[in-house]
Design a protein around this ligand. Structure first.
Ligand SMILES: NC(=O)c1ccc[n+]([C@@H]2O[C@H](COP(=O)([O-])OP(=O)(O)OC[C@H]3O[C@@H](n4cnc5c(N)ncnc54)[C@H](O)[C@@H]3O)[C@@H](O)[C@H]2O)c1
Length: 253
């Protein structure tokens, strides 16, 4: 097993990529704290995985609250004795709005969930990593091809670009410790995200949808879980500060 006994926190675990990541990790022997807002969805996931080699503990909360980000990591340390890997996957999509039409509310919502939440969690995880005997730890952020390419509105793309930048900064800052920080930039993946995204802004969507002509078939959440598994495992020990694009080639143009 590739993650046997590793203590891991995964956010956004009640659907899509987060659910696939938890499933894959637990099948590989990981001990996972699965975090999302919907407790009943987490309970279903834990029940599905009860016979898997690893373990799942659920933690219900909104990651835009710093206390939740601290609490989920404290829980992993309390239950599993340490923290090995943090996966910041929870995220939300905007309505494709260009900056001229962007509301304060949309800007705040995107940054709170897509940028502040991973930063709160990384801050807490780093403190825990540095206190561990081996000062080691591993952070995986889920950004987006939208961090570089204009696949969504300005608030979403900017919020994801910030976290791609924070990934490299963190890898650089702790390079002399045993701490790694990488990111995955998914392209279009078949998840619940279109179901929960706000109605598209007409002008913005017309611009962003022009890029869809280059898009291959949508990926599956398991495709992203496989990339996360590589980054979480010791097979990627020499990978640090990287943003791995998983988009089926969409952004090769
Ligand atoms: N699906 C895509 O095409 C795509 C493309 C690029 C990047 N991404 C990114 O991938 C990540 C996962 O997205 P997905 O497609 O699986 O979406 P999804 O909507 O299927 O799942 C998102 C998960 O995050 C959780 N979540 C959202 N806000 C939260 C909050 N405030 N607190 C706690 N949990 C919260 C949801 O409950 C859910 O479990 C996101 O960061 C998203 O931005 C998705």
């Amino acid at each position: 097993m590739r993650l046997e006994g590793k203590s891991i926190v995964v956010t956004g675990a009640s659907a899509g990529m987060g659910q696939a990541i938890v499933t894959r990790f637990v099948q590989e022997g990981a001990y996972v704290v699965a975090v999302a807002r919907r407790k009943e969805r987490l309970e279903e996931l834990a029940a599905e995985l009860k016979d898997a080699p690893g373990k799942v503990i659920i933690y219900a909360g909104d990651v835009s609250n710093p206390a939740v980000c601290e609490g989920m990591i404290d829980l992993a340390v309390k239950e599993f004795g340490r923290l090995d890997v943090l996966v910041n996957n929870a995220g939300i999509m905007d309505d494709n709005t260009a900056v001229g039409d962007m509301s304060d509310e949309m800007m705040e919502r995107m940054f709170k969930v897509n940028t502040y939440a991973p930063l709160y969690s990384m801050r807490k995880a780093i403190k825990v990593f540095l206190e561990q005997d081996d000062e080691s730890g591993n952070i995986i952020n889920v950004t987006s091809v939208g961090a570089v390419h204009q696949t969504a509105g300005v608030a979403y793309c900017a919020s994801k670009a910030a976290i791609a930048s924070a990934t490299k900064n963190t890898a650089f800052m702790y390079i002399d410790k045993g701490i790694r920080c990488n990111a995955i930039a998914p392209g279009g993946v078949l998840t619940d995200i279109p179901l929960v995204m706000p109605t598209a802004n007409e002008f913005g969507f017309k611009r962003t949808s022009s890029l869809l002509t280059h898009s291959p078939e949508l990926g599956m959440p398991e495709d992203i879980a496989n990339a996360a598994l590589f980054l979480a495992s010791d097979e990627s020990l020499f990978v640090n500060g990287s943003v791995i694009t998983c988009d089926g080639g969409w952004t090769c143009f």
